[in-house]
Design a protein around this ligand. Structure first.
Ligand code: ATP
Ligand code: MG
Length: 256
């Protein structure tokens, strides 16, 4: 039976879809069976993040409205054979209830180890539908006060929804700014939000999943390890910007 996690964050653009896609890839690289489901009906872009938009025939709404079976709406990843995406291409004719969405997801739960639900921004009906289909959660937050305030409210709602776990991921960490005291450190963000600290992702030049991140142990691999094995390793976004060479790197980064 799959672990079902909703990837949420309250605020728009914190990196929910990016984390969902890259975490899915990292888990599948461990030979785990992973399903990514796009719950951002109408403003979907998980298919684009995964580079499968040209392969989409059916989607989540087609399954919910009975035009096809769940398995027919799954698109297999080109690189990781155990990774599948259920996209969401169009708007539903009538609002899809939490119960109906839950049935769509539940029917697939036996075939996977992980189901990651890409939640839409905000805390309205789309959020409630996504949260209602999961029993664990990942809150993606950027290290800015406005974002942390929204994430804090989201965390409280997830607690109220009875989640088994609420895991925090700090995304888009600029190590140069943290080292210079101009950005909150991941540990400050974790202590402000409380709950389980799942990982840190730096600001990356290329988070495009189609190109896949190189390197044996990229930050998403660490995230996947922490989620799957319960480890507590954090990707070090800062130390390369400390000391004499670090201050040079900071200056160079500023000038690009
Ligand atoms: N760690 C990162 N480094 C650099 N760019 C990033 C990072 N994470 C996300 N981005 C970029 O930020 C933008 C928003 O990311 P994404 O679409 O994943 O956010 P989202 O929370 O899903 O947005 P929405 O609320 O609209 O669904 C994208 O252009 C993405 O490439
Ligand atoms: Mg998104």
């Amino acid at each position: 039976m799959a672990r079902r996690l909703v990837v949420t964050g309250g605020k728009g653009g914190t990196g929910k879809t990016t984390i969902c896609a890259n975490l899915g890839i990292a888990l599948a690289k461990k030979n785990l069976r992973v399903l990514l489901v796009d719950f951002d009906l109408g403003l979907n872009n998980l298919d684009v993040a995964m580079g499968i938009e040209h392969k989409v025939v059916y989607d989540f709404v087609d399954v919910a409205e009975g035009r096809c079976r769940g398995a027919q709406a799954l698109v297999q990843d080109a690189f990781e054979p155990t990774l599948f995406t259920m996209p969401s291409g169009h708007l539903a004719k009538r609002p899809i209830s939490v119960d109906l969405a839950n049935r769509v997801v539940s029917r697939l739960a036996d075939s996977f180890d992980y189901i990651l639900i890409d939640c839409p921004a905000g805390v309205d009906s789309g959020f409630r539908r996504a949260v209602g289909c999961a029993n664990e959660s990942i809150v993606v937050v950027t290290p800015h006060l406005a974002g942390i305030r929204d994430a804090d409210k989201t965390v409280a709602m997830l607690d109220n929804a009875g989640m088994l776990s609420v895991n925090v991921v700090v995304n888009r960490v600029r190590g140069d700014l943290v080292a210079g005291g101009e950005m909150l450190s991941i540990f400050e963000v974790f202590s402000l939000l409380g709950h389980n600290s799942l990982g840190a992702i730096p600001e990356l030049d290329d988070v495009n999943c189609c190109k896949r991140l190189k390197g044996k142990h990229n930050p998403f691999d660490i995230l996947a390890d922490n989620l799957h094995n319960g480890t507590k390793e954090m990707f070090d976004c800062v130390s390369q910007y400390n000391g004499l060479f670090g201050s040079l790197r900071r200056k160079l980064k500023r000038n690009v």
